[in-house]
Design a protein. Structure first.
Length: 840
RNA sequence: GCGAGCGUGGCGGAAUGGUAGACGCACUGGACUUAAAAUCCAGAGUCCGAUAAGGACGUGGGGGUUCAAGUCCCCCCGCUCGUACCA
């Protein structure tokens, strides 16, 4: 029989579902293992990034199950968000309908991949049964002071009269209107993640199974820095400007003050000075993106005001308003020390400001390293650390400054001026102010009749939805029309998966048993925000006594992107790989026959047309081939290149395996190893046991491509083995059964089918992972290289654990070594079982 | 701009500081076939050498530590991710 994936894959998917093999239930006799992949946004069709992510997770889930764990492996939909509203505007479909039909088609695709999800736990975040809990959480946060309202800057499109997401700002202009975007102040809801900053930072050290790079990024994002605030008195005024600095030691190098355009003092003087207000307006152009602000040319406006130096009263420093000073960081004001800070230096050169070095150095300015202070009165001769300490002490004594710890992280703004999100349960009343929606009125659901033709937030324009009576005074009032940031939903979905039917957000028993997630897998693009918000959320909920965990994810793996070659025609237009055929070394267009040029390999994107549709791959080769190729190509955390020939290679291998098993003689009768083994049998069992050991280790290390390579090697040895008698057959079948269990997490349908073919009544999904039999893999001899001056000149085979002296003697006898050993080596390095190196 | 990561044959990639290139793809030769495809067997980093023995070079570039560096340290280049309202 030929290998026909479409037939066997459907068959086994149905069996798994009938047998409820992947249904997860609390079982206190077993150790639990919770595997989770980042749930997808239901965009309409799965892409290779999804295929990769979910294949990785499925391998772990099936592997851990075979290892005896009680595995929870759920899947759901991150269903709120901007694309649904864009689709509503463009195609006139309701976001809810659009989302649901997308979920439906993506679910079919995921099922075709044969992923071991417990589909009974499927959730979608746009379901009121999901988001109603968020409204309760928000009210708890509000009551506890974790949620609060404040003013913030947003991107404002003056033509569309709407707030734009950063993504919707392209080169400083609105993506639809093309209007120059302005910064606008607006009130919004915030969560006090800053209150948890220290704990979030400190506990990073305990996330031992997280990638170091993610931890570093989170540490830097939180950005705890020790410094000082210093008050500068404004000349001819009773007012003061407070600055924050991480380098109080450079105070004697201060030659100017710079404040944010949003700083209260800047606004105050703008009222009387049109030049200042014009400059502030100028700064308000451009988006709120940090990268845009930082990359924009740095401008300063020199005001007519100056401050006096705190320690040198006769020295005065001009106050500048500068577009690169962020109001959100520190105090929104700095002192500039051009000699020891690159940005201050550039600014000083541009505006001809004095540069006073205060640290002795021979290097050119600006110099940011350590050294002895000069030109600094009482700080002279001190290094940075001591000077910092002494300066802060003096500031304290004079009551003009103090030590200050600052964080880069800002509170989490959760308000979005959009329809397709979870409504925020607050009512605004002219008499009573902000009033929380009474609990018994929850959930506040979205109105279904909604019009996207108006500018701005559709909820604002709904004729009735926002008009309510104040719960306190019963007078006319209005609802909050902002909805939540979709990171709100993804900050706790992993907890909801533990018990989808609970009438509360969670049940204690399920939380206690299943959480935390043992293995979380997703794209590195979520390294900071989603993962940090989730960590914060658990802490906030714990603070409210809702949950008893802090860290949601014990182990984290981040996967790289799926890339593909790009192709262009001679008109510089992108061409789909499916439109191309290879002729020799050249590519030509299948229809037009024009020459096509291959470009760089880049991340798959629709705009560059270098996409491969998983659906096509599954239809042509089956899910197992797609899965096997994805696992074999690259280690998960690196970018991988999707290549047609690589897929072909995987397809060929699975076919070889299929044929090999189907050609085995007397396969249904033998189940055990024969009593007597030949040398050849033992050699094969040695390879098998080595493979079991290697595959196990590679999977534990998340090096799935090496696990695949080991399995292929084992198979190569199997096919090279000549069957001479019945005993040989028994050995072969014994080995192939083990191989099937090893490959099952990768290609589960094929493994099941062949397992069944070999006469096994049980499903392979319930088989135990094979154990290594040490008696086959203890080595007697070992080959070690012999080097002369670090270059390999020979390889010798010696008994394991031979003494250094004996190894050296054997090494010296090698012809190709001997000729270098005159005169005698200066030094001989022998590392038993490793290497010999003669240094001459 | 800032933060983080990555860079190894023609290609994807292997390698506790200890034989660089496992495994695969592409390629070349052979077997089978009327022929092709498929399949099977063999070869192979580059250069010198004879297709051998043997040798030189070789992990983005430059420098350093070490008996020994793809791996550790410093500088540079290139690419990728994130940068707080995309998810």
């Amino acid at each position: 029989m030929k290998y026909n994936p479409s037939l066997i894959e459907k068959k086994w998917q149905r069996k798994w579902s009938e047998l409820e093999i992947f249904k997860a239930e609390i079982d206190h006799t077993k150790t639990k293992y919770y595997v989770l992949e980042m749930f997808p946004y239901p965009s309409g069709a799965i892409h290779m990034g999804h295929v990769r992510n979910y294949t990785l997770g499925d391998l772990i889930a099936r592997y851990k199950k075979a290892k005896g764990f009680n595995v929870l492996h759920p899947m759901g939909w991150d269903a709120f968000g901007l694309p649904a509203e864009n689709a509503a505007i463009e195609n006139k479909t309701h976001p809810s309908k659009w989302t649901d039909s997308n979920i439906e088609s993506m679910k079919i695709q995921l099922k075709q991949m044969g992923l071991s999800y417990d589909w009974d736990r499927e959730l979608k975040t746009c379901d009121p049964d999901y988001y109603k809990f968020e409204q309760k959480m928000f009210l708890d946060f509000y009551k506890a002071g974790i949620a609060y309202k404040k003013e913030t800057l947003v991107n404002w499109d003056p033509i569309e009269n709407t707030v734009l997401a950063n993504e919707q700002v392209v080169d400083g202009r609105g993506w639809r209107s093309g209007a120059e975007v302005e910064k606008k102040k607006m009130k919004g809801w915030f969560l006090k993640i800053s209150d948890f900053a220290d704990d979030l930072l400190n506990e990073i050290d305990n996330l031992v199974e997280w990638p170091e790079k993610v931890k570093t990024m989170q540490r830097n994002w939180i950005g705890k820095s020790f410094g000082a605030t210093i008050q500068f008195s404004i000349k001819n005024s009773s007012e003061k400007i407070e600055v924050f600095t991480t380098r109080p030691d450079t105070i004697f190098g201060a030659t100017f003050i710079a404040i944010s355009p949003q700083h209260p003092f800047a606004k105050k003087i703008a009222k009387k000075d049109t030049e200042v207000s014009n400059f502030i307006k100028f700064c308000d152009k451009n988006s709120i993106k940090e990268a845009d602000i930082e990359k924009a040319e740095k401008y300063g406006y020199q005001t007519n005001f100056s401050v006096s130096h705190p320690f040198k009263k006769n020295l005065s420093l001009k106050i500048f308003i500068a577009n690169f000073i962020l109001m959100e960081y520190g105090t929104g004001a700095i002192f500039g020390c051009p000699a020891h800070d690159q940005r201050d230096y550039d600014f000083a050169v541009k505006y001809s400001i004095d540069i006073i070095p205060v640290i002795k150095t021979k290097e050119k300015l600006p110099y940011t390293g350590d050294g002895i202070h000069i030109n600094s009165e009482f700080l002279n001769h001190l290094n940075i650390e001591d000077a910092k300490r002494l300066c802060i002490e003096k500031l304290n004594n004079l009551k003009i400054g103090k030590e200050k710890v600052t964080y880069r992280i800002r509170d989490w703004g959760v308000s979005r001026q959009r329809y397709w999100g979870c409504p925020i349960p607050i009512i605004f009343c002219n008499e009573c102010g902000e009033v929380p929606v009474p609990r018994e009125q929850l959930p506040i659901t979205l109105p279904e009749d909604i019009n996207f033709n108006n500018k701005g937030n559709p909820l604002e324009y709904h004729p009735t939805w926002k008009h309510v009576k104040c719960p306190v005074c019963k007078k006319n009032a209005t609802r909050e029309t902002d909805t939540f940031d979709t990171f709100f939903e993804s900050s706790w979905y992993f907890a909801r998966f533990t018990d989808l039917n609970s009438s509360n957000a969670f049940t204690d028993e399920a939380i206690k048993y299943w959480l935390p997630v043992d293995q979380y897998i997703g794209g590195v693009e979520h390294a900071v925000m989603h993962l940090l918000y989730s960590r914060f959320f658990m802490r906030a909920l714990k603070y409210l006594d809702c949950i008893n965990i802090e860290e949601p994810f014990t182990s984290l793996q981040t996967q790289g992107m799926v890339c593909h070659r790009t192709f262009k025609n001679n008109k510089d237009q992108w061409v789909f790989p499916t439109e191309i055929e290879k002729k020799g070394n050249k590519f030509i267009h299948i229809d037009t026959k024009e020459t096509i040029f291959a470009g760089r390999t880049e991340k798959m994107s629709k705009s560059k047309k270098n996409v491969v549709d998983p659906q096509q791959i599954i239809e042509n080769y089956g899910a197992d081939t797609a899965r096997f190729f994805i696992l074999s190509d690259s280690p998960p955390d690196r970018d991988m290149e999707w290549s047609e020939s690589g897929v072909e290679g995987s397809w060929r291998f699975l076919n070889k395996l299929w044929k090999f098993v189907n050609n085995l003689p007397n396969h249904k009768t033998c189940n055990e190893l024969p009593a007597k083994l030949t040398e050849r049998n033992r050699a094969l069992l040695t390879i098998m046991n080595t493979t079991i050991s290697d595959v196990t280790k590679s999977i534990d290390d998340f090096h799935f491509n090496i696990a695949v390579a080991s399995i292929r090697s084992l198979f190569n040895s199997l096919s090279a083995f000549k069957i001479e008698n019945d005993n040989d057959t028994k050995v072969i079948i014994y080995v192939i059964k083990n191989l099937l269990i090893l490959i099952n997490p990768m290609t589960p349908h094929l493994a099941e089918e062949l397992w069944n073919y070999l006469g096994n009544k049980n499903t392979i999904s319930r088989e135990n992972w094979p154990k290594v039999d040490l008696k086959y893999i203890t080595k007697k001899n070992i080959k070690i290289p012999v080097q002369v001056n670090g270059k390999v000149r020979a390889v010798i085979e010696v008994p394991m654990n031979l003494s250094e002296k004996e190894i050296e003697l054997i090494a010296r006898k090698e012809q190709n070594v001997l000729k270098f050993l005159n005169p005698n080596p200066k030094k001989v390095i022998v590392i038993p079982n490793r290497i010999v190196n003669f240094v001459i």
